[in-house]
Ligand binder design. Structure first.
Ligand code: PSU
Ligand code: MN
Length: 307
């Protein structure tokens, strides 16, 4: 079915029709996740890395009310320059943005939605949203979690930042039947660090194994996605104490200032960045590159199984 609001870039369309591997990429990481111009440089380099590893990149965003699977360099540059002025678009934002013909930077949830509409199965990002600390009273749960429960896309990430309650995030995913896989690890990575103190459901060691598990899930008709957590390379990982002290301070300031709703995640991310300086930005960029490589290899393995 051709979706009336969806534009698939010609190269992405050709790859999908030929059964070739495609990897989706999100755009909130461009507009809200990194400063300009590093955000644009990173987004373009991630696309190159996907190509070097045999797949076609499809960066996803909403431009003028159109759901885009595959952006031009100009569109990526526009999102990067416009930064925080682009609406951060999660599932609940889609109807009004599309109806109004507005722009939106897609989160993990909306990138999964558009990827699934386009027929893309694998998506690489940095970190996902989850259950926030204190959610037992605030009810602040990222829509990313429910999307993983519903939408059939494999999300390759570096775990989640400890700005979240990682234990509760894992409980939510378990309750919703989302497999949480550690790539070459038994422990859930925590974005800037390779360890979190929490175990994953399964350790898998090759892109082929990841592809086989996702293929089996789909073939059984089980709805929803799969979360692949890929630890940041050792040489770029940060000191636990430095990062955790910054995170605790950011969480405390957010509570004091009454930050809530969709502002919570961007506020915490910006605070952590401010407190840790440039070193966290370099780590962030490198882990996204690492996830892009794994996602591209896994998309290649999946297209070998399914075509
Ligand atoms: N976590 C990060 N970096 C990010 C995000 C989360 O470490 O850039 C972004 C992603 O786009 C994610 C979104 O999908 O924030 C989650 O926001 P919320 O918690 O409001 O659902
Ligand atoms: Mn939230």
């Amino acid at each position: 079915m051709k979706h009336p609001y969806l534009d698939i870039a010609p190269e992405v369309q050709q790859a999908l029709e030929a059964g070739k591997p495609v990897v989706a990429l999100e755009s909130t990481i461009i507009s809200h996740g990194m400063p300009y111009p590093q955000n644009v440089e990173t987004a373009l380099r991630v696309e190159e890395i996907i190509r070097e590893n045999g797949a076609v990149p499809a960066t996803i965003a909403i431009i003028g009310g159109r759901l885009k699977a595959g952006l031009t360099r100009e569109e990526i540059d526009y999102l990067g320059r416009t930064g925080l002025k682009v609406t951060k678009a999660s599932r609940r934002d889609l109807p009004v943005l599309v109806a109004k013909g507005a722009d939106g930077a897609t989160t993990v949830a909306t990138t999964m939605i558009v990827a699934a509409m386009a027929g893309i199965s694998v998506f690489a990002t940095g970190g996902i949203g989850g259950v926030h600390r204190g959610a037992e009273t605030t009810m602040d749960l990222s829509a990313d979690l429910e999307e993983l429960a519903q939408t059939p896309v494999m999300v390759v990430c570096a775990g989640a930042k400890a700005i979240l309650d990682l234990g509760l995030s894992l409980e939510y995913l378990e309750a919703k039947g989302v497999p949480v896989i550690g790539y070459q690890t038994e422990e859930l990575p925590a974005f800037y660090t390779r360890k979190s103190g929490f175990g994953v459901d399964y350790r898998l060691d090759t892109p082929e194994e990841l592809a086989q598990a996702f293929h089996a899930k789909r073939t059984m008709g089980l709805k929803g996605g799969m979360l692949v957590t890929n630890p940041i390379p050792e040489e770029y990982s940060m000191d636990h104490e430095v990062i955790n002290a910054a995170i605790d301070k950011a969480v405390q300031e957010a509570a004091e200032q009454g930050i809530h709703g969709k502002e919570t995640t961007p506020f915490l991310l910006a605070k952590v960045k401010e407190l840790t300086g440039g070193s966290s930005l370099e780590s962030n960029i490198q882990l996204v590159f690492n996830n892009a490589r794994l996602a591209a290899k896994t998309a290649c393995a999946l297209s070998g199984l399914e075509h």
